[in-house]
Design a protein around this ligand. Structure first.
Ligand code: PLP
Length: 397
């Protein structure tokens, strides 16, 4: 018998993954070229050449006992130190290896932070729409996910609503920018307002409220849009980074947490996070990948490839009459469903062999997410189907 908790987790299991599995079945039936799978945020741009070179060099030249061995649960000191210095150059900070913990991707990092800070019944606030896994990650530790609103047109955080949602049980607020699923980059002004609310609420309740910045899409920003560095705005910010998207390595499971020295009880916090990484069963982040990313600090993915997809999809779909949010970052297009129940629209799209994910999976019904980390041709070939959908729902008339 599986546990009661798992019954709930399985029931609410990711619709994104379900659609991805469906896509594989449809590809087998109709041929992959006749299925337009926009369901999963799996980068289609290959990892930069530096990654392969680094992995080869590590295997050829580094001590195999070291490379394949256990290390500190926080990760290799030299790797953490190299990343700390890289961040210091970028953001004018003064991190050392003590501020860094290598993680099993962003998902691993988020689970480590939440295990570190949550008591059962504690609340974690996030802005809608949001990456649906936050509900499970919070639930893993008996926490409760609370939704705060964003502006219905711009999808920027609504600080006034945030203020209403924070209670004496709030332990953290999760922010994800560039955002999955909207592609919106939260502005410095939005972040400042969020920080002001958190400071005021910490005083009001006499509690510590952490800002958790989940940022796997940090480098994926277009048109020179600046992605604010959240620790500049709020002291108790924990950054969770991942190389899944920035170096196209989602299957390799590598990322890190940054914990600032200014955190109250810093030493205990770091040692708890280190222990959480171990007892969650990660033990440590994958060894070869830690050593690889430390050699690839300046490597960049082909953002121009995603940008071309973004321009093509956004212009074709808005021309067809759909209402879309122009993405500033990540590789998702957020589109209004032409019917209120977006599940009906998702099903109609599937009839056209177009696989997209309903906004309800992100806590925001009436919208859909289109992941455009796909081949250019997939977008081009999907457009007739999208145009037929626009005609079916009498858009653009
Ligand atoms: N957070 C967000 C917002 C994501 O979109 C994803 C993956 O799509 C993750 C976390 C998990 O990333 P990782 O593969 O690094 O665990």
């Amino acid at each position: 018998m599986i546990s009661n908790a798992m019954v709930g987790f399985v029931k609410n299991s990711s619709a994104i993954r379900a659609m991805f599995e469906e896509g594989k079945k449809m590809a087998a039936e109709f041929g992959a070229e006749n299925v337009y799978d926009f369901s999963l945020g799996n980068p289609n741009v290959p990892a930069p050449a530096e990654v392969k070179e680094a992995m080869k060099e590590i295997l050829d030249s580094e001590d195999p006992v070291l490379v394949h061995g256990y290390m500190s649960n926080s990760g290799y000191e030299d790797v953490r130190s190299a990343i700390a210095q890289h961040l210091n150059q970028l953001y004018g900070t003064s991190y050392t290896e003590k501020n860094l913990l290598m993680t099993v991707g962003a998902a691993g990092g988020m689970n480590v932070v939440l295990k570190t800070i949550l008591n059962p019944g504690d609340e974690v606030v996030t802005f809608t729409p949001y990456f649906g896994e936050y509900r499970s990650y919070t639930g893993n530790f008996g926490g409760v996910l609370v939704e705060a609103a964003t502006d219905p047109d711009t999808f920027q955080p609504d600080a006034e609503d945030l203020a209403k949602k924070i209670t004496d049980r709030t332990r953290a607020v999760i922010i994800n920018t560039p955002n999955n699923p909207t592609g919106v980059v939260y502005t410095a002004d939005s972040i400042r307002k969020v920080a002001e609310v958190l400071e005021a609420k910490e005083k009001e309740f006499g509690t510590d409220i952490y800002l958790i910045s989940d940022e796997p899409y940090r480098e994926l920003a277009f048109d020179g849009v600046e992605v604010p560095w959240l620790p500049d705005f709020y002291r108790d910010t924990i950054v969770g980074y991942s190389y899944s998207k920035s170096l196209s390595l989602p299957g390799e499971r590598i990322g890190y947490l940054v914990m600032p020295s200014e955190l109250a009880d810093f030493d205990n916090f770091v040692s708890a996070a280190n222990t959480a990484n171990r007892i969650l069963g990660f033990v440590n982040a994958p060894s070869i990948m830690q050593r690889t990313v430390a050699r690839c600090l300046d490597a960049k993915t082909d953002v121009a490839y995603y940008d071309k997809n973004r321009q093509l999809l956004y212009s074709a779909l808005t021309e067809a009459g759909f209402t879309c949010v122009k993405p500033d970052g990540a590789f998702y297009l957020w589109m209004k469903s032409p019917v209120e129940d977006e599940k009906e629209f998702v099903a109609a799209a599937k009839e056209e062999h177009i696989l997209i994910v309903g906004g309800s999976s992100f806590g925001c019904g009436g919208w859909v997410r289109i992941a455009y980390c796909v081949a250019h041709e997939t977008i081009e070939n999907s457009l007739p189907g999208f145009r037929r959908l626009a005609a079916k729902y009498e858009l653009g008339k």
